[in-house]
Design a protein around this ligand. Structure first.
Ligand SMILES: Cc1ncc(C[n+]2csc(CCOP(=O)(O)OP(=O)(O)O)c2C)c(N)n1
Length: 370
């Protein structure tokens, strides 16, 4: 990949505004374009449905990534089965692209018996051991040193699968000490990590320009000796190209890459937030015009791969699958109370055995809605 501008100060793009792809960029295979489009559409529908369920009081909390879909979906498309993901707040969908079941995904929002985390996490703090993805981190920042630490372990073990560790953070998290420790370590030990900052312009109510005096976020990588690139995060093709190159560099033993993905959070920070209190509708509207799904659609229409009829069929199919998953999950009971005592001790100590017996002897709480 080459660019006229310094990669950490410019903006790497592949898609032009008219839907064409730049000729001087590597071509992205058609199968990847179509899969990416499908996954981005699915994610947008899932987010809308989960927010609706939260407003109806059927789930407690949800954090959407509307407007930012190109980043997690490109990540899922690029990663191999042995790679590990350390998400921040908006990357739970990487799991779905890597084959995690939609029913289990929805069950983690409900925290019921279908939830692989047995209802112990905050709702929506997804994780999937089968797809090497650790939990969403509500605590801002620690996932970056965790990702770098895992990458160091991969390097020390000389794992023949040559896995890569990918860690995410938001623009707000760049003000956390964890980010700086992780970058120092990553650069020094040349670990097989990719660190991706989703610069979505807001850290709840704090805009990026009040977060840092740095010209860009990507340029911070220079200080740590970590090659860095600033990329249009609303351009699936650009994200796919940059992440393919970064993961390949890591796999080939050339060390970490820091990626700033320039994007925008179209919705609220989470279902507990009201963004109209701190930002203007004009600003949101301007970013709606750069919507990553619309931009990709324009490209696919340009290539003759998508039209209104195929879109309608896709939307109907995805909506049915999401509604079916929600129905299935809502029929499940709460996690069994006994599971409270699982997974911490190989052998339960006497005091917990005693508490478990007390719990077993006590009446059960009424089920949801009873
Ligand atoms: C250590 C810590 N400090 C503060 C918070 C409160 N908090 C939750 S999300 C958030 C903003 C995060 O912004 P950013 O890193 O830009 O990610 P985004 O939400 O925009 O994806 C803050 C300050 C927290 N959860 N953890």
């Amino acid at each position: 990949m080459s660019d006229d501008l310094a990669r950490d100060l410019g903006l790497f793009r592949v898609l032009e505004d008219d839907g064409s792809a730049r000729k001087d960029r590597p071509a992205v295979p058609t199968a990847i374009l179509l899969r990416g489009y499908r996954e981005m559409r699915r994610l947008r529908l899932i987010d809308a449905k989960m927010i609706l369920l939260q407003r109806q009081g059927r789930v407690g909390f949800y954090g959407a990534c509307t407007g930012q879909e190109a980043v997690p979906i490109a990540t899922g498309l690029v990663l191999g089965e042995h790679d590990w993901v350390f998400p921040a707040l908006r990357e739970q969908s990487v799991m779905l692209v890597r084959g995690f079941s939609l029913v289990q995904f929805v069950a983690q929002v409900y925290g019921n018996a279908g939830d692989v985390q047995k209802g112990r996490q905050m709702p929506s703090h997804h994780s999937g051991r089968t797809v090497n993805q650790v939990s969403w981190s509500s605590c801002i920042g620690p996932q970056v040193p965790q990702a770098v630490g895992a990458a160091w372990a991969m390097k020390l073990r000389k794992d023949p699968n040559r896995p890569v560790s990918i860690g995410f953070l938001g623009d707000g998290a760049t003000s956390q000490p964890d980010f700086h420790s992780a970058m120092t370590f990553a650069g020094l030990y040349k670990v097989p990590a990719v660190i991706v900052c989703q610069n979505n312009h807001w850290s709840i109510s704090v805009p990026t320009h009040k977060q840092t005096a740095s010209k860009t976020i990507a340029v911070k990588g220079r200080a740590y000796g970590v090659p860095s690139v600033r990329v249009d995060g609303n351009d699936l093709l650009a994200m796919y190209t940059v992440l393919s190159e970064a993961t390949q560099r890591a796999r080939d033993g050339h060390g970490p890459t820091f990626v700033e993905a320039l994007t925008y959070r179209i919705g609220a920070h989470s279902t507990s937030d009201d963004p109209t209190r701190y930002r203007s509708e004009d600003e949101v509207e301007a970013w709606r015009k750069k919507d990553p799904l619309d931009r990709l659609r324009k490209h696919l229409v340009h290539l003759g791969l998508v039209d209104d009829a195929s879109d309608a069929a896709l939307e109907a199919e995805l909506t049915d699958a999401i509604n079916a998953a929600v129905k299935k999950v809502e029929e499940l009971p709460l996690p069994d109370r006994d599971t409270l005592f699982d997974d911490v001790y190989a052998e339960l100590p006497w005091n917990l055995r005693e508490q478990r017996e007390e719990l077993r002897a006590s009446p059960k709480a009424p089920a949801h809605g009873a």
